[in-house]
Design a protein around this ligand. Structure first.
Ligand SMILES: C[S@@+](CC[C@H](N)C(=O)[O-])C[C@H]1O[C@@H](n2cnc3c(N)ncnc32)[C@H](O)[C@@H]1O
Length: 507
């Protein structure tokens, strides 16, 4: 009897706590080949470290609440400034060096970098990132007198009776606000295009942020995982119910009632007041001056990263979208529609986001065209050949194809999503390698996932791809509390805990 069997038999704790985090089976009922995943698990187990539950909160947005400027944009997908600060402090980088976040989101990395005296660069497809990053970056420059005046101005706005505008909407945001709120929001928006009021563009941008932050509370919707849930008082639910009734069907189930909804101008001025208080306290402490430069581009990383100068970046701290079917254009539908996005804009952004929904199509041809147009076809061929011939990706793609064929995936789009995700991540990693200085580190937060009974160890696969393109692995820090599975997966294939990890590599 081996030592570990003995301790199990005696009910003693497993002598190697890492065993809880490492799998020996990836394919439920051994339906597909799992050799490559097992090899990766054995290889990277040596650099796997468990990190405390406190860090679990730091990989989510929770710690940003009540954190002054870091909480200005309600962005659930953000990680905490503590995480960024901890990793950047641990690296040997100097004032004025360039820190990158290729998936900027609410701009946490950029803001921490600025506080520490580093310049930063990053990208995001969402226009909300641009507004949030601009607003936060100006923390020390706001004219408090102006912002206070603007707050009072919003609070006392009244919509003229002759005004009959309404907020831009797309199908998924139809009837999102009570009529009165819709009219108020549209009226406010009509007043605040840049150069149209007595307020500076910087102040107007802040007002836009406060308005975006208010939309969910003002609406008949609630963000709930991948979708918006709807209030039963909305026309959307009522019209759908009427249609169902005419066909003899029961009313829609998953509805809610949000109770009294706030007044729009009151709510937005309250949001602004919180921001004003943060500006007051930040400006009262001159040592907090943010003086570094932040360069943000509102475009896809797949087009912007290839433009970054070779050997110019000293550190990367980032979290890409997870491979979790999460669609940012649905979660942030109210915000995008408010900013004037049409159905076509929604489709364009959804397709340009890193493939993480079942609606994503392959970006391979577009990437090839882009590299060809920019005289980098050789580079494209180099990257795509590495990816196409990679045994780990071949195993994952084949496993997904088999699970689809035997009906284990509840949506066939998962096959293309998984393939596209790692293909696009591969391009990002290859271009990161080119952009980084020698010795520079990359820190990436990500979650492992499971589809159709197949575990996809995203953390180790990313580490593997990093090695394929030249990086050297440092450590995989995995959060003590692992992720569960969806109820569908549990019922059909049993439970397998999934790692939530921070991987670190260097050039
Ligand atoms: C997990 S979030 C990053 C959150 C960020 N670390 C923070 O603290 O706010 C991932 C971000 O990647 C962005 N994204 C997805 N696909 C992209 C692409 N192709 N190019 C640029 N950004 C993209 C999403 O819009 C989202 O904001």
């Amino acid at each position: 009897m081996t030592k570990s069997q003995l301790s199990l038999n005696l009910g003693l704790p497993d002598p190697d706590p890492l065993n809880k985090y490492v799998l020996s089976e990836f394919s439920a009922d051994a339906v597909t080949d799992e050799t490559e995943r097992i090899n990766l698990e054995n290889k990277y187990k040596k650099i796997l470290k468990i990190t405390s539950n406190q860090s679990r909160r730091s990989v989510s947005f929770q710690l940003n609440k009540n954190r002054g400027v870091f909480g200005w944009f309600k962005y659930r997908e953000g990680f905490s400034p503590d995480l960024v600060e901890a990793y950047l402090s641990d690296m040997s980088i100097n004032q004025g060096d360039l820190v990158m976040d290729p998936f900027m989101g609410s701009g946490t990395t950029a803001l921490v970098a600025a506080k520490m005296g580093y310049d930063s660069i990053g990208f995001d497809m969402l226009p909300t990132s641009e507004i949030a990053i601009k607003a936060k970056g100006g923390l020390m420059d706001y004219d408090l007198y102006e912002i206070r005046n603007m707050t009072e101005w919003v609070k006392h706005l009244e919509v003229p009776s002759s005004y009959d505008g309404s907020v831009n909407y797309v199908k998924i945001t139809y009837s999102a606000y009570p009529d009165k709120t819709d009219r108020e929001l549209a009226y406010l928006q009509s007043l605040i295009s840049p150069n149209s009021t007595e307020f500076s563009d910087q102040a107007i941008n802040l007002l836009m942020l406060a308005t975006l932050n208010s939309l969910e509370d003002l609406s008949y919707t609630r963000k709930d995982g991948q979708y918006l849930r709807w209030d039963e008082r909305s026309k959307k639910v009522q019209e759908a119910d009427a249609q169902r009734a005419s066909k003899g069907k029961n009313p829609i189930k998953n509805r809610l009632n949000k109770g009294d909804l706030p007044d729009a101008f009151q709510k937005i001025s309250e949001e602004l007041s919180i921001i004003v208080a943060d500006i007051e306290s930040a400006q009262a402490v001159p040592s907090e001056v943010i003086s570094s430069s932040t360069h943000f581009v509102n475009n896809t990383v797949l087009e912007e990263l290839p433009k970054v100068k070779a050997d110019s970046v000293s550190a990367v701290v980032t979290s890409p979208p997870y491979l979790n079917r999460y669609d940012y254009t649905r979660t942030y539908a109210l915000e995008l529609a408010f900013l004037g996005y049409s159905e076509a804009d929604f489709r364009r952004v959804r397709q340009q986001l890193l493939s993480s929904t079942v609606e994503n199509k392959s970006k391979r041809d577009k990437l090839k065209d882009y590299y060809a147009q920019n005289d980098m076809l050789d580079k494209f061929e180099y990257i795509i050949n590495k990816l196409d011939n990679d045994p780990v990706l071949q195993e994952i793609n084949k496993a997904m194809a088999i699970r689809s064929e035997i009906g284990d995936l509840n949506n066939k789009g998962v096959v293309q999503m998984v393939q596209g995700y790692f293909e696009e991540l591969g391009f990002v990693i290859a271009e990161l390698y080119r952009s980084l200085k020698s010795g520079a580190k990359v820190v990436i937060v990500n979650d492992n996932v499971r589809y159709g009974g197949e575990v996809i160890p995203v953390d180790f696969i990313s580490m593997h791809l990093a090695e394929v393109f030249g990086f050297v692995p440092d450590v995989v820090q995995t959060i003590e509390q692992q992720k569960g599975n969806s109820s569908q997966q549990m019922k059909k294939f049993g439970r397998v805990p999934l790692r939530k990890s921070i991987t670190v590599w260097h050039k």
